[in-house]
Design a protein around this ligand. Sequence first.
Ligand code: ZN
Length: 315
Amino acid sequence: MAWFKKTKKPITAPAKEKPSRVPEGLWVKCPDCAQAIYNKDLATNMNVCPKCGHHFRIGAAERLRTLFDDTWTEYDKDLTSTDPLVFTDTKPYKARLKASIAATGLKDAVIAASGAIDGIETIVASMEYEFIGGSMGVVVGEKITRAIERAIDARLPVVIVCCSGGARMMEGALSLMQMAKICGALARLDRARLPFISVLTDPTTGGVTASFAMLGDLNIAEPKALIGFAGPRVIEQTIRQTLPEGFQRSEFLLEKGMLDLVVDRREMKSTIANALRFMGAWRPEPRSIADGPPAVPRELVAQDAGLPKNRLESR
Ligand SMILES: [Zn+2]
């Protein structure tokens, strides 16, 4: 006989929605307003429902496409996890990695890249939820840290788009160490007086919320994104109280002062560009080498008392 008996029923998963009868691929049913949307309409609308504004989840590469002006340079593309704990749950971690690599075409759950956002050269790290729930393992931690360090070297602003279930449990304590590592790099970025904007998308939970996602000079969320540490179901069962309406959603957190802005995906790029300009970055004028070194705008010379230094200024 076992020493301990489970007297309570285990947590059950919520009942799944009825599968739609609409043929796969051409039409998508909006989970919010139940409207059928033509797939191409959705794609041209940045995967936001044109009728009710529901934000569909998008992949890391698609996200970069919505932010950058054109192409981008990707860094540390080939970093892969070595499975340091030789971990096995329902299946070996190695097999999970292999399946995720095949499904997403990425080697881990983040893309680190540099490119122009409305003309402002920026380093962006974008997380991929389809890769083991966007979980943060050693590779995600290392890629984001390197991205921040690259930004410090080149004096560029940093944007991190979070979409993650939290730390990657298959890498145990090693995944938790990434929280401190990334926060350390962000502290150095801060000391270098360079801006960091955190974009929180659905979902941003666990160790990601508990570290870099909430450390932005600006924390911007997409509408109705789930943002929290533990999930609402777990909290409800722990405190045995019904949670208020909209708990852990962007709008609720904005009202409680946890976020700075809730911004529609279709306006995210211009909002980020405006914020970066406000924080000291500016769009360099098109010029040729014959013009000599770029002039520092007069307003920046005048305000050089502790304001963020612009990258051009330090060259
Ligand atoms: Zn809708």
